[in-house]
Unconditional design. Sequence first.
Length: 513
Amino acid sequence: MKRGFFVLIATIAAVSVLLVSSVTASVTAPSATITIDGTNDFPSATHLSELAFSWPVTGGNATHSDACNETSAFHWTADDTSNQNLSGGNTADVKEFWVTWDANYLYLAVQGPNAMMDTDVVDLFIAIDTNGSTSGDLIQSSTAWGKWVDFDEWTPEFFVAVSQARDISDGNPAGYAELVPVGGSASTLTWGTAWANSGWAAGDNCNVDSNGFYNGGVFFEFRLSWTQLGFTGPPNPTTGGTPMNFAVYTTHNNSGYDVYDSAPGTGNGTAHEQLGDYRGDGDHCGSNADPVVGTSDPTCSHPAGTSDNTLGAGNSVGGRNPGSDNGWNISDPSAREHPDTIGEYFRVLNVGASNQNPLAVTMAAFTADAGANGVTLTWETVSETDNAGFNLYRSTTPLGSDDFSRPSAAWLKLNEALIPSAAPGSSTGHVYTYTDTTVEPGVVYWYWLEDVDLAGGTTLHGPVSATVGEPTAVALSGLSAGGPAPGLPWWAVVAALGLALLAGLGLQSQRQA
């Protein structure tokens, strides 16, 4: 009898296995609605804040991409004696950054720097790491346009580079931009098609728009084809996209100059971002060796006071103004200081995914798995420094709101009350699970996860999809000469076969006796 019971249970288990279906995703990135004309039509959900996206140094501002009006964004020098001020509303300040994509293009936008128009003393760069690397260095000689900058613990493959800009307000037709691949030939970006900018506006302010984003200075937007970036289309659109890293920075327009400002700026004052140094002074001194070059700077003591090796962009100490300089060495004019080092970046985990909203590093994963009892949703966070909790939504189509920045009215909210954060304010991540038991076999369900911050702001993640399979008794066909009787449920077939096996085993036992 015990052997027959085991066979029956094993048979039922074999049928149950057939009910499990893997996660499916069959949609591709939809067409974006970004028009390259110098006006900002990027959805607010595509904006990258420091707190959500900066890496590997986390923290920073929950609303903005970088600090506003940093001192270093208003000064440049040619040697140790000629400090030049950007005035009259001109600035090299990087204020905000946006990223989105569709089936054909990657779209990028920057708000802030404006001193590349009539004055032409600022160049703008966006470093793009399409491999999402978190190790390795890129030395100064491999970067765009000969600027005095290098990259630590990540390796950009492309640079968007802008010199001058088209000043719509006074009809100035100047403006030049190109895509510069590391080790390859640059390609010119056409104004009005692949890039554009707004008219000049004063940038020496921290005014905000209706979305709460800084709007001073000039707005720049760029459209890069996937082919230009080495892809045949959006990367991994059906499996959640791919991680990419981005950093925005400005320099003086002459070659050999280092950085005015960069975004994100969470690592200011650490080895992750050594920028905006005082002219003629080293960035990496004493035990704080340059993380890329590997040695200390030739000179580490400025006559006017303490070296700025422990300070980052935007700091002004003792009346000295940091800014973009040409690496002039106060002790040895024939030598040069080490380049400014950028070791932090915006990390977007899902570039190319069907959802065009960037997925922040605060969310490591979001998956759906179909099982016999329903669909189990699992999500993992990296940190919960500003997180209040989560909401889950379900639909039978992948369609959402017009810009995927908010839940659609057609979606079903699964949780009645907010799913609370496991540890609000924690810098560490957690794993959550939720089982949706209100599903029907054979139906494809699409799920979205909404995280809610302490201020009430929300970010959508997804969609992911899963299908619970139809029950079947096909696996038992080898045990029966004929099919099940019409209308007989699968569990009845299993039970009948189990009883038959038990009877057979009992008969065999009697014969052996």
